[in-house]
Design a binder for this molecule. Structure first.
Ligand code: EPZ
Length: 419
């Protein structure tokens, strides 16, 4: 298992361009299947989850070509409607192919994506929404089979603004007969990006960026080209790295508007933040101060940055707290941070953190994607060397964490050996 080795207590300096957004691109790749033609996506991150979605689309009969960060998807022919089981376990977001293939072919099959270290992650809201559009769904055991004689628009109210369920129902509603209204939709920027891409393909969607989306079904979609946004979670991770290590950096290719809640916390922790149309400047000249963080659906503090900020609080000069309201078990990183000397008490969905500085380098293991990145944040404020094992998690969502941090002056290297 390959590892990353970081030598801490060196300030970061320089500028880095943030990769394209994983959580925007994955549903956009699914959306391309709705068009019996060619879709071009730019700013596609070269990460494992994208490679996995490419394998799925190819297995379903699409031709996909990823050249650099540009992806061309030719979905003229689809030869199967069942998502291969081996891919579902490793990439939960394949669940949005249910809505896609129901919309394209009138039938779809996949498997329960299952839980992971951050929670049970049920899909009841997805399935209830698709049923309201006329899908008949059999979910016996792990297999899910969905069929429809023709999807018809309807009014759907989500009990929780689920990101994936919003994407799934959107992808099914775009070519359904009649109008669909989704109330209580997720408002994450990735949803707005998906909507804008679908509109560029000929879909009719209003309320983009708001909690109620209205979709007027169309019969066909057209070839299109779209540029994915920068990854706000990767940007937030890198901001945490600079605040943890100290120094100054400029992150290009990210929309500061999408990180307002995060920038507010960083300022409270003592960071100087300047936002520009094309990026974010950050300067940190001292140890971060404490803060209280409550995660919530957008525009609240993003749960995906909870672990990196748990690391930041671990080196702050005071007592901070985290309340994780989105996932029920997203504190797995705390145990690894304790091995570095962090003082974290967990009670259910709440963590109390007594900052200590510096932490001390040791060998730790990434529990999940964002937890792995969080260990890098902590390692930058630790004395000596930290070896992070289990980096295959990190490679799912970060195209080049090592290269990017090295370009900012971090003493970091990827240990040899396939991750
Ligand atoms: C998306 O996951 C993201 N993944 C997650 O990012 C992110 O943490 C999450 O949204 C919240 O922002 C992708 O976009 C690929 P949800 P998703 O449905 O769609 C409950 C990362 O690190 N729920 O909004 O699975 C669920 O259990 C990943 O990049 C139901 O109860 O998130 C959870 O508690 C991790 N029933 C909450 O809603 C449902 O049918 C939020 O889940 C669906 C969800």
């Amino acid at each position: 298992m390959s590892g990353i080795e970081i030598e801490g207590l060196r300030p970061l300096e320089g500028e880095v361009t943030v990769q394209g957004s994983k959580n925007a691109v994955l549903p956009m790749m699914a959306a391309a299947v709705l068009n019996r033609g060619t879709t071009v996506l730019h700013n596609v991150p070269r990460i494992r989850d994208v490679f996995c979605m490419l394998d799925i689309l190819r297995a379903m009969g699409c031709e996909c070509r990823l050249e650099g960060h540009t992806l061309v998807i030719d979905a003229r022919t689809v030869s199967r409607i069942a998502v291969p089981r081996e891919y579902v376990a490793s990439m939960r977001s394949s669940i949005v192919l249910l809505g896609t293939f129901l919309g394209r072919c009138g039938e779809a099959a996949t498997f329960y994506p299952g839980g992971c270290v951050i929670g049970s992650r049920p899909i009841d809201i997805h399935l209830d929404g698709l049923r309201k559009l006329g899908a008949v769904i059999e979910n016996s055991g792990e297999k899910i089979v969905a069929r429809t004689a023709g999807l018809s628009g309807g009014r759907i109210h989500f009990p929780y603004p689920s990101v994936g369920a919003t994407e799934n129902v959107l992808l099914a509603a775009v070519t359904a007969h009649g109008t669909t209204v989704i109330e209580g939709a997720a408002r994450e920027p990735e949803i707005a990006g998906l909507c804008r891409m679908l509109v560029g393909m000929g879909a009719k969607i209003s309320g983009i960026g708001e909690g109620t989306l209205t979709v007027e079904g169309v019969s066909t979609l057209c070839d299109s080209e779209y540029t994915a946004p920068g990854d706000r979670i990767v940007a937030g991770t890198y901001l945490s790295c600079v605040v943890s290590a100290g120094g100054r950096s400029y992150l290009k290719g990210v929309n500061a508007q999408e990180l307002k809640g995060v920038l507010k916390v960083l300022r409270r922790m003592g960071a100087d933040i300047e936002t520009a149309p094309a990026g974010i400047r950050v300067y940190m000249g001292r140890r971060p101060g404490p803060a209280g963080i409550k995660t919530a659906p957008y525009p609240g503090f993003p749960t995906d940055l909870q672990s990196p900020f748990l690391s930041l609080l671990s080196v702050s000069d005071g007592c901070g707290w985290v309340w994780e309201t989105v996932f029920e078990e997203r504190f797995a990183t705390a145990e690894e941070l304790r091995r570095m000397g962090a003082d974290i008490e967990i009670a259910g969905r709440k963590a109390r953190v007594h900052g200590r500085y510096p932490l001390h380098g040791t060998t730790v293991t990434a529990p999940d994607l964002r937890g792995g990145a969080a260990l890098a944040v902590a390692a930058l404020a630790a004395e000596g060397k930290t070896e992070i094992c289990g980096c295959s998690h990190i490679l799912r969502g970060y195209e080049d964490l090592c290269g990017d941090l090295k370009s900012l002056g971090a003493k970091i290297r990827q240990q040899p050996g396939g991750a």
